[in-house]
Design a binder for this molecule. Structure first.
Ligand SMILES: *Cc1c(COP(=O)(O)O)cnc(C)c1O
Length: 233
């Protein structure tokens, strides 16, 4: 009981934080979606969050996402996949993911298209974000700004994917506000090519107020709500 209560309190304080940051930027809190990142936490935490009104959850490891979403299939939740996705997991990801935040390379788009054509005919395309890499390190995941235009074109022509916008993780060694300015600028470019792809998935436990100030519409918040993550096993 005490645990559920403190989970509720942490959730509430993040919701208040979102409200405050939105109002400070003259934005409506209703335009900002909170995705609670449940990675490394057990199924029960997802159930506790559901009981507290959470409907959007995020996972970053494929195996864990597949298992947890199956275990919670009785709850009507939207599952957001936010981690790096291997092309050979594309088919299975289409089975559980309502939104994929980490489309970042042509080979993954090709794999998602192939998997999608093999699933039931008439299936709606899956909502996705293109992930932008804000570091110089290609291992971090995400497409470089230089390759954003060609990847956007490929995604927008893809029958499997419905492009919502841009996703990014602020690098740890940079000022998040500056990082989110870059995302805002790249999002502007993206909308010149695909006007309806106007959403921005940025903002984690430690930088969501800055993300909101720079236009984030989807926040991916874990530890500020769930408490410390159990050590990965
Ligand atoms: C873990 C994770 C988050 C949430 O991080 P917190 O610092 O716990 O809020 C957000 N986005 C991605 C891609 C993650 O892997």
């Amino acid at each position: 009981m005490t645990e559920a209560l403190s989970l509720g309190e942490r959730l509430n304080s993040v919701r208040v934080g979102i409200d405050t940051a939105a109002r400070a930027s003259d934005r409506s809190p209703d335009d900002i979606s909170l995705i609670v990142v449940t990675k490394f936490h057990p199924e029960q935490l997802v159930r506790d969050l559901f009981a507290l009104g959470v409907r959007d959850v995020g996972e970053n490891r494929h195996q864990e996402a597949a298992e947890k979403s199956a275990a919670c299939s009785d709850l009507s939740l939207r599952w957001h996949f936010i981690g790096q996705l291997q092309s050979n997991k594309a088919r299975s990801a289409l089975e559980y993911a309502d939104v994929i935040h980490s489309v970042d390379r042509p080979s993954l788009v090709t794999a998602l298209n192939r998997a999608w054509t093999e699933t039931e005919p008439g299936r709606a395309p899956v909502d996705c974000f293109i992930q932008l890499n804000l570091t110089e390190n290609p291992d971090r995941g995400g497409v470089s700004p230089a390759n954003l235009e060609s990847l956007t074109e490929m995604v927008s022509l893809s029958p499997a994917l419905h492009l919502l916008g841009l996703m990014a993780v602020a690098p740890l060694d940079k000022d998040p506000a500056q990082a989110f300015e870059i995302v805002a600028r790249e999002s502007q470019r993206l909308r010149e090519w695909v006007p309806e792809a106007r959403f921005i998935s940025t903002g984690m436990s430690h930088d969501y107020p800055e993300a909101i100030a720079a236009g984030a519409t989807h926040l991916r918040i874990g530890s500020a709500i769930t408490g410390n993550r159990p050590l990965r096993g």
